[in-house]
Structure formats: structure tokens, C-alpha cells
Design a protein around this ligand. Structure first.
Ligand SMILES: [Mg+2]
Length: 159
């Protein structure tokens, strides 16, 4: 049986250039340069969703203003106040839906996801202030590490 792939992506510092947004006093909205192309390739091989922290209105605005909202289906958009509070319940709900990939610039959330559900494939995007400050986590490495988002396409395709 071919299991379908589901990729849940973080917004800030993973898709969305949050540093640029902050520098512009929250006026400018842009995704990193390779994001549109990456998502249009990924959407051919997987269902795409969001797993993001923050205010629902603001996070959705980031998707809309950058014209990437079209890649995500509503049922797979999860915008929550604290990922740690919901990650177990959310991953549990996905366990029978397909092969799940989590893509995030925060290693800590990938770590907890892997501890809870070892079958989840974790991809760490080493970009932005959190990734830069992140110290190694004992006994944990993400399944893959990338610096640019387009690197995830062959990784997901080949899993
Ligand atoms: Mg982030």
C-alpha cells in the first residue's frame, strides 16, 4: 500500500521571513525566496499543512499576503498558542492519516514530537535566530537538517 505523505510546516523563520517583517515594523510580508517554488513542487507529492504558533489572524495574514495560502488545505492548518500543549493530541490525530513530516526551525518541538511519535519524520530548518542560538540536544538529531527550504523536496520525495 502506498501511504500518502503529509507535510506540516512551521511559519515563522521556516516559510516566512520573520526577521524582515520585524525590521519593517510588521509592515512588510515576504517568504524566503525559494518558498513559492518549493511549495509548488511539494504539493505534487504530498498534502501540505501548517503547524504554527501565534495569533490566528496574524499567522493567516502571513500566508495570505505572501500568496502561499493556496498550497494548504484548511483541515491541515493548525495555528495554536503553544505547540507543546497540543503536539501530542495533534500527532495522535494524524497517526493513521499518512506518513507525517514536520518541518520547523525550532529543534525543541521536533524533539518532543519524535519522543512522542518516533514514526514522525523531523526536518530542522537551520535558519533564523532560534536555530542560531540552539544548543545541541542530548541524544537527539532531527532526521534531516537543511539550511534552505528547497532542500526538503528530495528528502520528502525519497522517504
Ligand atoms: Mg518558526
Amino acid at each position: 500500500m502506498i501511504q500518502s505523505k503529509i507535510v506540516l510546516l512551521d511559519i515563522d523563520y521556516t516559510l516566512f521571513d520573520t526577521a524582515h517583517h520585524k525590521k519593517s515594523n510588521l509592515l512588510k510580508y515576504q517568504v524566503y525566496t525559494e518558498v513559492q517554488e518549493t511549495l509548488s513542487e511539494l504539493v505534487k507529492i504530498a498534502r501540505l499543512g501548517i503547524f504554527s504558533e501565534g495569533d490566528l489572524f496574524n499567522q493567516k495574514k502571513k500566508l495570505r499576503e505572501t500568496n502561499i495560502d493556496k498550497f494548504f488545505s484548511e483541515e491541515h492548518i493548525h495555528i495554536v498558542e503553544k505547540k507543546f500543549d497540543v503536539v501530542q493530541q495533534m500527532l495522535h490525530a494524524y497517526r493513521k492519516k499518512g506518513q507525517l513530516f514536520l518541518v520547523d526551525d525550532k529543534l525543541t518541538i521536533l524533539h518532543i514530537a519524535k519522543q512522542l511519535f518516533p514514526s514522525v519524520y523531523t526536518i530542522w530548518v537551520k535558519r533564523g535566530e532560534y536555530a542560531r542560538k540552539q544548543k545541541p540536544i542530548k541524544d537527539f538529531l532531527a532526521d534531516a537538517e537543511v539550511e534552505l527550504l528547497h532542500e526538503i523536496v528530495p528528502i520528502i520525495a525519497n522517504q
